[in-house]
Design a protein around this ligand. Structure first.
Ligand SMILES: Cc1cc2nc3c(=O)[nH]c(=O)nc-3n(C[C@H](O)[C@H](O)[C@H](O)COP(=O)(O)O)c2cc1C
Length: 213
């Protein structure tokens, strides 16, 4: 199956069967998340992987009762580091030095550039938004990876982040929830969105080919 076929097959699944996704496939989707690109490669977020049915039951109301929370096999919570700090940058440059066999000092300038970007945000909110944008790249990568596995997925912003952060005690871990992704299998009988034609802007609405100067 090509990527385009997979992207046509997938849809934001609203009703799931509750069947479990085999661990090997979950692992491949998680590995795709791990390999997602991010600004400076900092990956300033964590992904909570929730399989426990009782916990998903408790999260359901926080997401306005969206059934796919409890009907999923796994629920992923994308949570941005909040705040992203200099120590995170140091952790990254240490990993880079170790992985590529460099002297840590060779990465000082790179680390300073990233720290300069962090310092350049006018407010903590802007800094959080930047981290959240990186988390969305991982979310998009996960959606494509799940489709390639023929695993259904439901991305969700429809939840109360402050409530979820309280429920999962995210603040004390320096995290703030950004988006959810339910993984599972479509319940074609119950899901009125199953099989609907895709709505996407036509090429001429989306792409702007510029003539050569
Ligand atoms: C970041 C994000 C948040 C979304 N939040 C929700 C949500 O809370 N509930 C929901 O039913 N669908 C949600 N969706 C699904 C979109 O409505 C859906 O992706 C869009 O309508 C395109 O349809 P398709 O993904 O089925 O092709 C979300 C999608 C994205 C990418």
């Amino acid at each position: 199956m090509t990527l385009i076929e997979a992207l046509n097959w997938r849809y934001a699944t609203k009703r799931m069967t509750g069947d479990k996704v085999p661990p090997v496939q979950v692992e491949r989707i998680l590995e795709a998340i791990r390999l997602a690109p991010s600004s400076y490669g900092l990956q300033p977020y964590s992904v909570l992987v929730i399989e426990d049915a009782a916990l998903r039951e408790r999260i359901g109301p926080v997401a306005f009762g969206q059934p796919q929370i409890v009907q999923s096999s796994h629920l992923l919570v994308f949570a941005a580091w909040n705040p992203v700090e200099a120590r995170h940058v140091d952790e990254l440059t240490r990993l880079m030095a170790e992985t590529r066999g460099l002297e840590p000092s060779e990465l000082d300038a790179y680390g300073d550039t990233i720290k300069g970007t962090l310092d350049g945000f006018a407010t903590p909110h802007e800094r959080f938004q930047w981290a959240a944008r990186q988390a969305y790249l991982a979310l998009g990568t996960a959606l494509a990876a799940a489709a390639m596995e023929r695993v259904d997925a439901s991305p969700m912003e429809g939840f109360d982040p402050a409530e979820l952060d309280r429920l999962l005690d995210l603040q004390s871990q320096g995290l703030r929830s950004v988006a959810l992704l339910a993984l599972g299998y479509r319940d074609t009988g119950a899901d009125r969105h199953a099989g609907l034609a895709k709505i996407r802007w036509p090429w001429e609405r989306l792409f702007i080919p510029l003539p050569e100067a």
